[in-house]
Design a protein around this ligand. Sequence first.
Ligand code: APR
Length: 270
Amino acid sequence: MIWKSALLLNLYFVRVLVLTGAGVSAESGIPTFRGKDGYWRNLDPAKLATPDAFARDPQLVWDWYRERRRRIRNAQPNAAHEAIARLAHHADEFLLVTQNVDDLHARAGIPAEKTVQIHGDIFATRCSRCDFLDADRGGSPEPPARGRLRSIAPTSKSDVEVPRCPTCNALMRPGVVWFGEQLPGNEVQRVENYLDNGACDVVIVAGTTATFGYILDWALRASRGDGELIEVNPQETPLSRFATRLVRESAAIAVPRIVDELMDSGSSKL
Ligand code: APR
């Protein structure tokens, strides 16, 4: 079946959708949520990623997000991130919808206009009351250049305290979507527009438990008609029974191979 997309990718206009979750960043050392390494200070992440948790103990929530920012700053994109970036540059139409709030897809070179971070961006900081958005990306304006480690020690008081909004003095919060919160409307619209523009020839879903209905819905709508739906995940998920191809391997191993297969039968176009 995959030869079909490979052939298409060289001969015809090919549309690709890639959906990713925490499993894709696991091999970069970033804990997943529901994996055994998802627990921090013996607390269930679900109890830390909610508006109630923030209202109850904003310092604890900020400590957790700062810890995660530090881990991400010291992580590097892995072979799965890089392969998806290659596909983004070679497919005629491409969209990445990631649930990951880390910046590893961006650091692997996927342009922002081809990326939807549907659960937000951990390095964004915004006011919990007004529309103020702090563009200072959590103390480090730009992700570190490849291979260079940024100092992890907190540099000032503002690196440990709960920041306040310079406009309305309310608490600032990480720019992520918490449990029970609405998805960002403009980002959902970008996904809908992409799906409305036609079915995809290839849909790759990697490293997610596909817990949320919208992930299942987008994957199935994108692969409507006879598009390929490839699931990369060592574990079974609710999406598995709809997949045209199941790859029970780790993303850093399987995704580069799948992308190479798609491109290797290629003519000079790729
Ligand atoms: N390669 C591929 N898949 C992997 C790997 C790997 N190396 N390691 C783990 N996985 C798979 C697991 O089998 C699991 O199915 O990745 C999935 C990780 O699942 P979750 O931890 O539930 O992460 P995710 O699906 O991204 O969670 C969705 O839930 O907690 C919220 O907002 C949070 O974005 C997150 C959302």
